[in-house]
Design a protein around this ligand. Structure first.
Ligand code: SF4
Ligand code: SF4
Length: 247
């Protein structure tokens, strides 16, 4: 039986380990070896500069850039958010705070803000925590939450980087009305998602006109207090509540 440790034809002699095969570096290579690492530096020095004049000149982002969030609306102005909190649960950075509430169409109720059973009464995103991963928008079942291309989110204090619902809500477009207001007559929630609503109807417009003509929480449409009515506005209550839940 052959000895496993025995040398085979073609093996290098033990101890020399191929050193004899290595080429000796030339004189010039030896001379420049200590500064060889500067090659990249020198090459970069003669490359054309690409200076971006930010913030005077802003380059457009990639189309699918993950920027600031937006809470979207239906074409009649109702909010798409149904206050389900799935976005908050999906967020790995615990940056989202949602408090849902029931839409209340009854007389004297808060009114209807979304076509669903509920809506997002409080909605906040803390941009000190957000890592712009986009998991929240993947989790949203109604496409209420999407991301824009806006990226200028620096500030000099913590409080201003906690965005509230009024900052995140998409602006009203042509044909939209400010909620609360009723849904389009004869349609259900699913009809909104099936694209059957193109804009606010004349009935909705009339309803909103009548609502805006009513003195609200002690204020006439002119903004003057109405005698004998509580003068604390619902806007103030909403703002105080929002401040209270800031983290
Ligand atoms: S983008 Fe990511 S980190 Fe930011 S709020 Fe959404 S889930 Fe949270
Ligand atoms: S944004 Fe979407 S996921 Fe988040 S609470 Fe609203 S509907 Fe639910």
């Amino acid at each position: 039986m052959a000895d496993p440790g025995a040398a085979r034809p073609g093996d290098r002699p033990a101890g020399s380990a191929g050193r004899a095969d290595q080429k000796k570096p030339s004189f010039l290579a030896d001379l420049f070896a200590p500064v060889g690492g500067f090659g990249v530096t020198f090459a970069t020095m003669f490359r054309k500069l690409e200076t971006e004049e930010y913030p005077e000149e802003k380059r457009p982002t990639q189309p699918r850039y993950h920027g600031r969030h937006q809470l979207n609306r239906h074409p009649d102005g109702l909010e798409k958010c149904v206050g389900c909190e799935l976005c908050a649960w999906a967020c790995p950075a615990d940056a989202i705070l949602v408090e849902g509430a029931s839409n209340d169409d009854s007389d004297g109720g808060a009114g209807r803000f979304s076509p669903g059973e509920r809506y997002g009464r409080v909605y906040q995103i803390n941009y000190l925590r957000c890592i712009f991963c986009g998991l929240c928008i993947e989790a949203c079942p109604t496409r209420a939450l999407t991301m824009t291309n806006f990226y200028e989110l620096a500030d000099n204090n913590r409080a201003d980087l906690i965005f509230t619902k009024d900052q995140l809500l998409a602006p009203l477009q042509e044909g939209m009305l400010t909620p609360p207001h009723p849904m389009v007559d004869g349609l259900e929630e699913r009809d909104y998602y099936q694209g059957k609503v193109a804009r606010a109807t004349p009935e909705q417009e009339a309803w909103v006109k009548e609502r805006d003509a009513q003195p609200e929480d002690g204020l006439a449409p002119s903004g003057d207090p109405v005698e004998g009515v509580d003068t604390v506005t619902s806007r103030q209550v909403g703002r105080d509540t929002t401040e209270a839940v800031r983290r």
